[in-house]
Design a protein around this ligand. Structure first.
Ligand code: SF4
Length: 346
């Protein structure tokens, strides 16, 4: 029988597990500290716990439910890890060092249902949702791999996080817990293409992680061709929900916009985008397009990217051009596909 992972439980749930395994309630604090402060991956190493409790937990639980199959390192220091799941599915996560920050881009699903035409994950189809323990496990495994503490987490890897809402929020609650990994709520970003059902839950539950929305086109018909999920969740409805989010949270909505030559880069697109984003407090992140092996588009030249950028910056609209990381190892935005990595077997 497959053992469940201790990484899949919030602290109150872990208390119940510890008690059921024959321990006192206060031992849950020790277990939590072993898992998230000391980062051990073997229950037997919890040396200050009674043997009876360790045996009780070990009979039903493991710690790390994922393993690193292989890794590749980019010339810019970015590292991509191919993560193996218990059922031989694979996902990827990406470690991005930047000054004093160490950001981890994690996956929430093996594959994705939404099939955006610029995205390698979408091309691979949908396999399954990840459990919270498999999402938290990426953070633990990546931190162990690089021997450093992860400071920021972005749910921008494989999968649509709000299509796996409960497990994603649970995993974010676990990694942000002050007495454990303690990655601050403001250092965790959940990125969605505009999954309205998930967004509504997020707003109703007053969840406080940062939110990013992948927009990529301001016209409904064009966006539907680029991102078929737009047919289910069209822009008008999406913006109504996002306005409600901005109103209730008092936060700006961060929009991601990948610039693709001849697809979404014209003056007409810039004008409409500005009109749309001006309807609510927002920021715009422009992103370079990264090629994928199947199909794909052409990146916009630096000259025209700058022109698009200036259209917003000249009127003081909050806009940044996000630099690419890890493109040479297919670890950049839209490139994750969980294909075998051959560069550096572990
Ligand atoms: S961009 Fe996001 S929602 Fe679209 S196919 Fe890729 S992972 Fe899925």
């Amino acid at each position: 029988m497959r053992k469940r992972s201790l990484l899949g439980y919030r602290f109150d749930e872990l208390c119940a597990i510890v008690e059921k395994a024959g321990g006192k309630k206060y031992s849950a604090k020790q277990v939590w500290s072993w898992l998230y402060k000391k980062g051990i991956t073997d229950i037997d190493l919890m040396s200050d716990l009674p043997l009876k409790l360790r045996n009780g937990m070990r009979s039903e639980f493991c710690i790390l439910p994922v393993s690193i199959d292989s890794a590749a390192k980019s010339a810019d220091g970015t590292e991509k890890l191919l993560i193996k799941l218990y059922d031989d599915n694979f996902v990827e996560c990406v470690i991005i060092p930047e000054k004093e920050r160490l950001t981890l881009c994690i996956s929430s699903q093996a594959g994705c249902r939404f099939n955006c035409s610029f995205c390698a994950t979408g091309k691979s189809g949908f396999k399954r949702d990840l459990e919270a323990s498999e999402i938290v496990g990426q953070v633990i495994a990546a931190s162990e791999f690089c021997g450093k503490r992860i400071t920021n987490v972005v749910y921008m890897g494989m999968g649509e996080p709000f299509d796996n809402y409960d497990e994603v929020i649970k995993s974010a609650d676990i990694i942000s817990d002050d007495s454990g990994l303690a990655i601050g709520k403001r250092k965790i970003t959940i990125s969605t293409f505009g999954h309205i059902d998930g967004l509504k839950k997020y707003i109703a539950e007053d969840v406080r992680y940062k939110l990013a929305v992948s927009l990529h086109n301001p016209f409904d018909n064009e966006r539907s061709r680029l991102m078929p999920g737009n047919r289910i969740y069209p822009l008008k409805e999406l913006f109504q929900v996002l306005k409600e989010y901005a109103r209730r949270s008092n936060r700006k909505v961060v929009f991601e916009y990948i610039l693709m030559k001849g697809v979404n880069d014209s003056e007409r697109h810039a004008e409409e985008l500005k009109i749309l984003l001006s309807t609510l407090p927002s920021k715009l992140n422009l992103i370079k397009y990264h090629g994928i092996s199947e199909g794909g588009f052409t990146p916009l030249s630096d000259e025209f990217s700058l022109k698009f950028y200036r259209y917003f910056s000249k009127s003081d609209f909050p806009v940044v051009f996000r630099t690419s990381r890890g493109e040479d190892i297919a670890a950049a935005c839209g490139q994750l596909s969980a294909a075998k990595i051959t560069e550096k077997p572990l």
